[in-house]
Design a binder for this molecule. Structure first.
Ligand code: PEP
Ligand code: MN
Length: 264
């Protein structure tokens, strides 16, 4: 299998602008769950950059559980993230949910995210591969490590090996946290695959309070990077406010990680 260590012994390094995953540095991707306005994303970007984040994130097409929840700014959101990324010289990533909008994404972002709900959307996986952009492939809500690697295999079999895997928590019987961040997946993936793997303790826990300790734990477990939700004002966030760090807490996290990430 293309994603296996047997097929390739050396670690794959995925480079997105000045961020590289799978090498010596441990890049942090930060930003709000959803892009809400130019000002909101710009403020998040300024904080991210000043604290040492390597990439800016923000959702433009949001896969919300309820159809009545904020669905994202769509094309306008992509225009905003492209403009903010250029202004701050940060590479940007956003989630693509529909094969019909891949070309639009390719014009606006440096990396395409496949969300947990689409991990086994095989049509989408095959189509994103063709974009030739680096892919951030999140683990499915209830996917085994094997199923997750097979999703990566779909992308690789379609000719794109620029994949960063992202552990974002799985469904378990535990309800105190939104998901259960499966940190064991990190050393397992590093053992069986050459692809880089990062952790998303924001979706993995669902509460900003657990993001700092679980970020440290993920790096200790060997994560090649982190994805952190951060909002200029989490209380007013249109999505995932409870798990979003304030700018202050994000800056504190980056200070705490200094020396662990090598990215600062
Ligand atoms: C996100 O990154 O905002 C997101 C929707 O993530 P997930 O697909 O992991 O739920
Ligand atoms: Mn989110």
């Amino acid at each position: 299998k293309l994603a296996s260590r047997e097929f390739q012994r050396e670690d794959t390094i995925v480079t997105v602008g000045c961020a590289s995953f799978g090498g010596k540095t441990i890049p942090v991707i930060a930003g709000p769950c959803a892009i809400e306005s130019y000002d909101q994303l710009y403020q998040a970007g300024v904080t991210a950059k000043a604290a040492g984040a390597a990439m800016l994130r923000g959702g433009a097409y949001k896969p919300r559980t309820s159809p009545y929840s904020f669905q994202g700014l769509e094309k306008k959101g992509l225009e905003i993230i492209k403009a903010v990324g250029r202004e701050l010289e940060l590479p940007v990533v956003s989630e693509v949910t529909d094969p019909r909008s891949i070309d639009l994404f390719a014009e606006h972002v440096d990396m395409l995210q496949i969300g947990t709900r689409n991990m086994q959307n095989f049509v989408l996986l095959k189509e994103v591969a063709l974009s030739k952009k680096p892919i951030l492939l999140k683990r499915g809500l209830a996917a085994t490590i094997e199923e997750w690697l097979m999703a990566a295999e779909y992308i690789m079999a379609s000719g794109n090996n620029q994949i960063v895997l992202c552990e974002r928590g799985i469904r378990t019987y535990e309800t105190f946290t939104r998901n259960t961040l499966d940190l064991t997946a990190i050393p397992v993936i590093k053992h069986v695959s050459h692809l880089p793997v990062i952790a998303d303790p924001s979706h993995g826990t669902g509460s900003w309070r657990w993001v700092n300790p679980m970020s440290k734990a993920a790096i200790a477990a060997g994560a090649d990077g982190l994805l952190i939700e951060m909002h200029p004002n989490p209380e007013e966030a249109l999505s995932d406010g409870p798990q979003s760090l304030t700018p202050e807490n994000f800056s504190q996290l980056m200070t705490d990680l200094d020396g662990l990430t090598g990215a600062l």
